[in-house]
Design a protein around this ligand. Sequence first.
Ligand SMILES: [Zn+2]
Ligand SMILES: [Zn+2]
Length: 361
Amino acid sequence: MSAPSRTIRLDPPATAMLWPGVGLAHRALRVPEVALGSGELLVEVELATVCGSDLHTVSGRRPGPAPMVLGHETVGRVAHLGPGPAPVDVRGRSVAPGDRVAVGIYAACGHCPACRRGLPQKCAHLFKYGHAPGESLHGGYASHLHVRAGTPLAVVPEDLPAGVAAAIGCAAATAVAAVAAGTTGLGDLTGRRATVCGAGLLGLLATAMLAERGASVTVIDPDASRRAAAPAMGAAAALDATAEPPEAEVYLELSGAAAAARAAPRRTAVGGVVVLAGTVSPGAPLDWEAQDVVRRLLTVRGVHNYTPAHLAEAAAWSAEATARRPLADLFGVAHPLADLDQALEEAACGAAVRVGVVPHA
Ligand SMILES: [Zn+2]
Ligand SMILES: [Zn+2]
């Protein structure tokens, strides 16, 4: 017996941008109907932002299945619910049609050993948006996003800038997870040093989160235009990659640069914490002296994606921090969805910290 579903007919049909593979232009896919299962929902996409990992997929640096619909930083409005009880967001609020939601990067089962351990991002039945092969509405570069049961969602305020809201689903929630991993038990960070490697959106948001807790944050990035945004996010200093930062108690490697990971132990103070969250593809072997980790009593932690609690904190933080920091300035002018290839090119050459596409321009 198959589970009940609700078929939604879309007129005009939904549009998704199908990525056919490395070196090929996206093409528009029309989807006239969607069958929503129990706990699922259909979100009308307001804005999807381009994460660095999408650029790695499109360039072939990170292997990705093709064809597929990319995009996993999405804000939109709930249009339809599947049968059964309404899903609840990460703060326990029932989600209803019309709600503006930031969508998490994955759906997890909630029952497997990884989910029970509190690591739903490693669920045995994990589903990730913008990573699934096939012609579907499972990526953000589309007019509609088919959201599965078990997806962390955050209802966001109407006045939250769309870019800031979209980025909750990947960069902001991952920044929360990385900062949490680096500061467990530390509480107030006044008088403490932190180093953040990478002044992309992830690094800049992590910088703002650390600075607001009182830390003196040094940001490292080889790109001067990216470093330029760091002071407004609260960084005490922004260095190029050749400079040596002062030893820090919290060292966040968010860039994926092998040299930044290799330098971690010698740049981290006695008793400090090294968080590696930037590298998700091969090619960055560590060449550490084990004794540096031992003698400095270092803690080394890996962080990949995040939990629903991190998404909840990211949503709350983003809503509050937009009043204190120019977060919206990190997002460039959004392109129409049909111009996705141009948006990806612009993102790849760093025109803005984050570039986005809007289906309903
Ligand atoms: Zn991402
Ligand atoms: Zn699971």
